[in-house]
Design a protein around this ligand. Sequence first.
Ligand code: NI
Length: 256
Amino acid sequence: MIFDSHAHHDDQAFDHDREDLLSSLAAQGVGTVVNVGASLEGTKRTVELCKAYPFVYGAAGVHPDEVGSLDESSFAWLKEQCQKEKIVAVGETGLDYYWDEPDRGIQKKWFERQLQLAREVKLPVIIHSREAAKDTLDIMKAAHGEELGGVVHCFSYTKEIAKEYLDMDYYFGIGGVVTFQNGKKLKEVVEYLPIEKILLETDSPYLAPVPYRGKRNSSLYIPLIAEEIAKIKGMDYDEVVRVTEGNAKSLFGIGE
Ligand code: NI
């Protein structure tokens, strides 16, 4: 069944129909979802979703846009969440220079701290990196990211940068952007990557695939992403689903 490796079903965009939506996923072929914490509050709600739904796992972390809210005491709380049942990764964490807020120094500090946290709690990392390719790689290398393992979610860089992460044995989260008409660069990266290093993701409620672009995304749309990857790689849809599910379960240590 389909594994959605990156969703934010805790988002308020789902407040009116979360229960119905999540309950309908299995019938639509979606077997597992990793709900990713993007803030302290999001991590708290992620832990609750993990308790409520057997097929939901979670990641505990604070997105670069939100790290201004962190201090030593909230960071200690974050570490406690990492040790809870069904929390399978630290993230999302990284650098986002698109908004450039908070300032780069603060983003870097908390990115390094979350990588260090992943090492302490022995979990892989979910990386968010936007318009910050070089600084992200520099920090990952300095922190020996290759020893942590993880996924670069919503991968948006070139084949050359992809090669750097392949050398560190990372996975690549591929989502709705691959279906966009202006998604040529990502289609090339998908063509280049071995299917064994690809994870399916939605980033719900963001980045809905075509023909729902601009609408609220949910895990229900993930077959459109698997179909596009199958087309690009000349593979069967079922094979894409099967291999990417195995990849995600292996990275997050689920079902072993
Ligand atoms: Ni996300």
